[in-house]
Design a protein around this ligand. Structure first.
Ligand code: 2M8
Length: 421
């Protein structure tokens, strides 16, 4: 990597650092986000393994008693700058919440994978700070929450809000949201539109449903026991990241001299369960609406992320789909979030088409682990070049590579440091 690229990425990460964690972007996202921090830590380990550890420490210190790691840890001083914030959630009123104000929802479980990579980058500092043993305890609680409280009869992990997928307005959620008659009302705060073009963001109608679901989950004390709760989905990327993280837990257990067999067994069980989300005709995994009992048959980047799962039976098919006209690996900017040929594809709007850097990293990592070193390096190099050329955009138009959303975005800067050189 060039000195200029390293300096530019380091500068963004320094600007967005808040003493113990990194905000995703100063204006649009002024708090700490869970899966962002794990991706940021993966990049930060190249410039400061200690800061990478602190980034993860900060999210672990906001763990709920039931083990969940919250979607967002709020800075209450910035309440009006982001909606819904601390004054919406009032997490201090919910039994089992931590001392700091947080959202009650979760995000995809990439934390064990990040913990392993961060530890491996500087085992000495990690040992001195007891990073591994402290993190492992938190991660055990986190995975228990997902595998006990959030797993259904299918053996697949459940999400209860589009935000929990990290891919807020993916077409996967269109029908499940449309089936919910209720909405939050017409007075929807949209501070996000002060920082990004409305045509790059989810619509007001979607926000009405997002806030309705969040308020309902909050008003039931976030206890996962609301029998008539209307949004329960199984998402391939969330489930695949849990599997990949369970394999990482096995490695962490080995490093700590703890029992790793249970993690391997669990990872295999979770991999077997994933098979029910396979769609032969589409050539990828799809989401399942548990409430309606209906598959959401779209090609999205979420359905390709299982490529990261070791010993996956569908690798060849997924690689074919990735290179096909639907995602055009190598022929377009990064990996589009949605099928380029679909009627629902939108090259600008958030998770309905634009290419994102975190999902590109997950695909690059999968290609690297499977021995496709040239393809992994090409994708990582494209990430680094697009990041540098466009001031580290949140996402890009897959056709033109033009920046969309906000800029000086932390995971874009962080992951551009991970080049497979
Ligand atoms: C986006 O989601 C938040 C809600 O969590 C939002 O739209 O306000 C998503 O891109 C998500 O994946 C990401 O973690 C978050 C912060 O970067 O922004």
């Amino acid at each position: 990597m060039s000195d200029r690229a390293l300096r530019a990425a380091t500068q963004v990460l320094a600007e967005n650092w808040r003493g113990t964690y990194t905000v995703p972007a100063a204006g649009l996202y002024p708090h700490q986000w869970s899966w962002d921090s794990a991706f940021i830590a993966i990049g930060l380990r190249h410039i400061s393994p200690r800061r990478a550890q602190q980034e993860l420490d900060a999210i672990f210190s906001a763990q709920w008693d039931d083990g969940r790691l919250p979607q967002i840890v709020f800075n209450p001083r910035l309440d009006v700058q982001y909606s819904p914030g601390a004054s919406f959630w009032h997490s201090e009123r919910i039994p089992g919440s931590p001392a700091v104000p947080t959202s009650g929802l979760i995000q995809p479980p990439n934390h064990a994978l990040a913990t392993l990579l961060v530890h491996q980058s500087d085992p000495e500092t990690s040992e001195r700070r007891r990073f591994l043993s402290r993190s492992y305890e938190s991660l055990l609680g986190w995975h228990d929450y997902l595998e006990q409280r959030r797993t259904g009869a299918s053996g697949l992990v459940h999400i209860v809000h589009p935000w929990e997928s990290g891919m807020d307005n993916s077409p996967f959620w269109d029908a499940p949201l449309a089936a919910i008659g209720a909405s939050f009302g017409s007075d929807i705060p949209r501070p996000d539109l002060n920082h990004a073009d409305a045509s790059h963001r989810p619509s007001n109608a979607e926000y009405g449903k997002y806030l309705y679901l969040a308020a309902r989950y909050r008003d039931h004390d976030c206890d996962d026991r609301d029998d008539a709760y209307p949004f329960i989905l199984e998402d391939p990327a969330v489930h695949a990241l849990l599997i990949r993280s369970e394999w990482a837990m096995a490695q962490l257990a080995d490093l700590l001299g703890a029992d790793s067999a249970g993690h391997r067994r669990k990872a295999r069980e979770l991999t077997d369960a994933l098979e029910s989300l396979w769609d032969d005709e589409l050539g990828c995994y799809v989401a399942n609406d548990v409430v309606a009992g209906a598959k959401q048959r779209f090609r999205t980047v979420s359905g390709l992320i299982p490529l990261l799962v070791p010993d996956l039976p569908r690798t060849d098919e997924l690689l074919r789909t990735l290179s096909s006209e639907h995602f055009r690996l190598g022929g377009t900017a990064l990996v589009p979030s949605h099928d380029l040929t679909a009627a629902t594809f939108d090259s600008a709007r958030y998770w309905r088409g634009p290419s994102w850097f975190n999902t590109a990293w997950l695909i690059a990592e999968a290609l690297h682990e499977r021995g496709f070193s040239d393809a992994a390096r090409a994708l990582a190099t494209q990430m680094a070049d697009l990041g540098l050329d466009h001031d580290f955009p949140e996402y890009v138009d897959p056709h033109s590579g033009e920046p969309r959303g906000t800029q000086r975005f932390s995971w874009t800067a962080a992951l551009s440091l991970d080049l497979y050189e």
